[in-house]
Write a protein that binds this ligand. Structure first.
Ligand SMILES: *[C@@H]1O[C@H](CO)[C@@H](O)[C@H](O)[C@H]1NC(C)=O
Ligand SMILES: *[C@@H]1O[C@H](CO)[C@@H](O)[C@H](O)[C@H]1NC(C)=O
Length: 426
């Protein structure tokens, strides 16, 4: 009997190894259904068919002082290995954890749910994050198909003490400080409702993910905190970001190499560096960027509005089909900018990133600089197919010099439709 059971378990494991999707969630992912589930999970309204795994039952202490990393990991493992519908619960209360990895694959028949309603703080001391492959970031989710992380909880990165160790202003290949969240190879996921505060590095990093939604998030850090990007995406396909409020020290959303089919809808950004495609051309053999839509969003007191930025290097890639539509700028320094001399402006090289089919449609509001539209494209790879449609910006900076309110284009083919304020490039 024991032999039969053991044999059966090994058979299941063997099948899991043979079939790439193995024993993980089967059946198509239905985002609308998953969102309802995410909201119900946050409100504790899931049925008895979902078994709960509460971190308190695995020894986590809600006193804000005792490191509960191991208890979080044990809770996750129990939920992830459970062969029924499962929900890990981080209840109201204060928790303290160091770097942890929530490692899949999971064995639940439907998406693994994590209800996060508590306050979770990171260890402040950088010695916990030694930069090894496993503990560079704070909370890593890896190799999971089907994930719902939802709740009113707050993840506090306690970054303030770490920021002085950020040396990226001086080094181009600097050590990245811990992101609050890293999602690596996570497919069919919804992250809903949670708050992220003061990460040491990025708030949320999404890499090698497919079919990923980030909804109703609030990400906050001071405007002068270094490299605290809100949502940083690479090598991922179909990522939808909506209804988020992001105020931080770097890009609100940055989409770098391999970002394909990304949409940003109804996001409020500021302070921060705006919505960025790039930096591109930073590494060798970068994958192309394609199909980016940023829409129905606003920027307030940010250094940039909508931006594409590339390094001057020999790294070849294409960035195309990039649409910025229905945007409101409030006192933005560079509302519309393509900068192909980003990062290493003094290099004698040119950027080899080819930028094409970029549309700016219905963009209005205020600029605090006289050059509100700047296309500084590459001499070797000029920008093609830039379209400006209904641009209505006003200058609100100090009443300065004689410089007109204008657009500045270098190596860019631009076509104009409808209202243009500032006036088109000469
Ligand atoms: C932008 O908002 C409008 C009005 O709410 C909506 O109709 C449109 O679908 C939104 N755009 C996208 C791409 O979601
Ligand atoms: C336009 O951009 C070029 C290239 O950066 C620069 O040299 C020039 O001064 C700019 N013109 C204005 C009016 O800012």
């Amino acid at each position: 009997m024991a032999f039969v059971t053991k044999a059966r378990i090994s058979l299941i494991l063997l099948l899991c190894l043979v079939d790439r999707n193995g024993c993980e969630r089967t059946g198509p992912f239905n985002p609308a259904e998953a969102l309802v589930k995410a909201k119900n999970a946050a409100a504790g309204k899931l049925g008895p068919d979902v078994k709960t795994f509460n971190v308190l039952d695995y020894g986590a202490k809600a006193n804000g002082k005792t490191d509960s990393s191991i208890n979080f990991i044990r809770t996750f493992k129990a939920a992830c290995n459970f062969r029924g519908n499962a929900m890990m619960v981080i209840p109201k209360g204060d928790f303290l954890i160091g770097p942890i990895i929530f490692q899949g694959p999971c064995f639940n028949p439907s998406s693994l749910i994590i209800q996060a309603n508590g306050i979770v703080k990171a260890q402040a001391d950088l010695s916990y994050f030694t930069g090894g492959a496993d503990d560079t970031d704070w909370i890593t989710f890896q190799s999971i198909n089907g994930l719902i992380l939802s709740g009113t909880g707050t993840f506090h990165g306690q970054g303030a003490k770490a920021w002085k160790y950020n040396d990226c202003a001086h080094k181009s290949h600097c050590v990245r400080l811990a992101a609050n969240f890293k999602f690596n190879k996570v497919n069919d996921a919804i992250i809903n409702g949670i708050n992220s505060i003061d990460p040491k590095g990025f708030h949320i990093m999404v890499t090698v993910c497919r079919n990923f939604r980030l909804l109703n998030l609030k990400l906050q850090a001071p405007g002068d905190s270094p490299n605290t990007d809100g949502i940083h995406i690479s090598k991922s396909t179909v990522v939808k970001i909506a209804h988020c409020v992001i105020g931080t020290g770097d890009d609100c959303v940055s989409m770098i190499h391999g970002s394909i089919d990304i949409s940003v809808n109804k996001v409020i950004c500021g302070p921060g560096h705006g919505f960025s495609v790039g930096s591109l051309g930073h590494y060798d053999d970068e994958a192309d960027v394609n199909k980016i839509v940023v829409t129905n969003s606003s920027l307030t007191d940010t250094t940039n509005g909508v931006r594409i930025k590339t390094y001057k290097t020999d790294s070849l890639s294409k960035a195309s089909s990039i649409f910025f539509t229905d945007m409101i700028m409030n006192r933005v320094k560079n509302p519309i900018i393509i900068d192909q001399e980003y990062g290493n402006r003094h290099s004698t090289q040119t950027s080899k990133v080819s930028i094409s089919d970029v549309r700016f449609v219905n963009i209005k509001g205020t600029s605090i600089s006289k050059v509100a539209v700047q296309f500084l494209c590459s001499k070797s790879n000029p920008c093609e197919g830039i379209q400006m449609n209904n641009i209505d910006l006003q200058y609100v900076g100090p009443p300065r010099d004689q410089q007109p309110f204008e657009s500045n284009c270098t190596n860019a083919k631009v076509s104009y439709v409808g209202l243009q304020n500032p006036p088109p490039c000469r």
